[in-house]
Design a protein around this ligand. Structure first.
Ligand code: GPP
Ligand code: MG
Ligand code: MG
Ligand code: MG
Length: 347
C-alpha cells in the first residue's frame, strides 16, 4: 500500500538541505550579514505553504512502488520535493512583484517586507540557484542526473512562457477585452501552472526510480496537464470568491487586468450592457471599479457556473485516470492522490 507523507515528516528534511545551501555559500566566504539574509529568504519564501507540490514527489514515489519508502528513498524524494518548492518560491517571489500583490501565505509578500524591496529580485534568482546546488550535491551520481537537470530547466522555461503570455495579455494601461479568449487562457494556465505544479513532481518521481520512459512520461503529461488546468481555474475562482483568510492572499486579478477564467466566462454570457460594465471597470487600479466587476460576477452567477464546471471537469479527469495503462510502471493511484488533494479545495 502506498503511503502519504505528512507535512511534519516532509519539513523534517528541510534543515539538512538548508545547511547544505548555507555551506555552499560559505565556501565563497559570503559575509555573515549576507549569509543571514540568504537564510532568511530561504526560510520565509520556501516554508509556510501547503507544500502540496513538494509532498507529491514522495507520495508519487510511494504510489509507483506500491509501498513505503526506505529511509534513503524518502530522503531523495523529499529532496526533489524541496527543489520543487524552491522552484515555486522563485516563481512566487517574482510573480508577486509582477502582479503588485499585497500578501502571500498570510503575510506581506517578500518584496513588501521591511528592508527587502527590489533585493527580492536577486533573492528570487538565488532561490532558483539553490535547486541546482541541491541537485548536484545529492544526485550527481544518480543515473538520471542529466534527465533531472534537463527537466528542471525545461519546466522553468515552460513556466516562463506561460508567465509571459499572462503578462502581455494583461497590459496595465490598455484594457481591451478582445484580447481575452479561452484559447489564450488555456495556453497561459497550462504553461504558467500545470507543468511545474503537476507534471514536474510525477516526472521527478519516475526519474528518481529510473523508470521514466517516453510512453509513461507522455501518459502522465496527458492527465496532469488537464489536472493543472483545473487547478489554475480554481485559483482564478478563489482569487475572487475565496476568503483572504483562507487562501492567504488578496485577489488582484480584476485590477491587474488578468485573462482569468472568470472574466472569460463573463464575456461568454454577458449582454451588451453587461459587457459595457466590464469595459469601463475591468483592469483599473480603483476599488470602486473592482467592486462593480465583482457585482457583475455575482449577477452572472459565476460561482454557480464554476461549481458546474468543477463537477464536469472532475468527471472527465476521473475518466482519463481510469484509462491509465499501468504496463510501464505508472499507477492510477499517482493521479487519484493529486485529484483528491485538490477537489473542492478552498485554499
Ligand atoms: C500563478 O499565477 C503562476 C505562477 C506563480 C508562475 C509564475 C511564473 C514566473 C516565471 C514568475 P497567479 O499570479 O495567478 O498566482 P497567485 O494567484 O498565487 O499570485
Ligand atoms: Mg500572482
Ligand atoms: Mg501572476
Ligand atoms: Mg491567482
Amino acid at each position: 500500500m502506498a503511503q502519504r507523507t505528512t507535512l511534519k515528516e516532509f519539513e523534517s528534511v528541510f534543515p539538512k538541505l538548508e545547511e547544505t545551501l548555507l555551506a555552499h555559500a560559505k565556501k565563497y566566504n559570503l559575509p555573515q550579514k549576507e549569509l543571514e539574509w540568504y537564510k532568511k529568504s530561504l526560510e520565509t519564501n520556501t516554508l509556510g505553504g501547503k507544500c502540496n507540490r513538494g509532498m507529491s514527489v514522495p507520495d508519487s514515489v510511494s504510489a509507483l512502488l506500491g509501498g513505503p519508502l526506505s529511509e534513503e528513498q524518502y530522503f531523495q524524494a523529499a529532496a526533489l520535493g524541496w527543489m520543487t518548492e524552491l522552484l515555486q518560491a522563485f516563481f512566487l517571489v517574482s510573480d508577486d512583484i509582477m502582479d503588485s500583490s499585497i500578501t502571500r501565505r498570510g503575510k506581506p509578500c517578500w518584496y513588501r517586507q521591511e528592508g527587502v524591496g527590489m533585493v527580492a529580485i536577486n533573492d528570487a534568482f538565488m532561490l532558483e540557484s539553490a535547486i541546482y546546488t541541491l541537485l548536484k550535491t545529492y544526485f550527481r551520481q544518480h543515473p538520471s542526473y542529466v534527465a533531472l537537470l534537463e527537466l528542471f530547466h525545461e519546466v522553468t522555461f515552460q513556466t516562463e512562457i506561460g508567465q509571459l503570455c499572462d503578462l502581455l495579455t494583461a497590459p496595465e494601461d490598455n484594457v481591451n477585452l478582445d484580447n481575452f479568449s479561452m484559447e489564450k487562457y488555456r495556453f497561459i494556465v497550462v504553461y504558467k501552472t500545470a507543468y511545474y505544479s503537476f507534471y514536474l513532481p510525477v516526472a521527478l518521481a519516475l526519474h528518481q526510480l529510473n523508470i521514466a520512459t517516453p510512453k509513461n512520461l507522455k501518459q502522465a503529461e496527458d492527465i496532469l496537464i488537464p489536472l493543472g488546468e483545473y487547478f489554475q481555474i480554481q485559483d482564478d475562482y478563489l482569487d475572487n470568491f475565496g476568503l483572504p483568510e483562507h487562501i492567504g492572499k488578496i485577489g488582484t486579478d480584476i485590477m491587474d487586468n488578468k485573462c482569468s477564467w472568470l472574466v472569460n466566462q463573463a464575456l461568454a454570457i454577458a449582454t451588451p450592457e453587461q459587457r459595457k460594465i466590464l469595459e469601463e471597470n475591468y483592469g483599473r487600479k480603483d476599488k470602486d471599479k473592482e467592486a462593480a466587476v465583482k457585482k457583475l460576477y455575482d449577477e452572472l452567477q459565476l460561482e454557480q457556473r464554476y461549481k458546474e464546471y468543477e463537477e464536469k471537469r472532475v468527471g472527465e479527469i476521473r475518466e482519463l485516470i481510469s484509462k491509465v495503462d499501468e504496463t510501464e510502471g505508472l499507477k492510477k493511484e499517482v493521479f487519484e492522490a493529486f485529484l483528491s488533494k485538490i477537489y473542492k479545495r478552498s485554499k
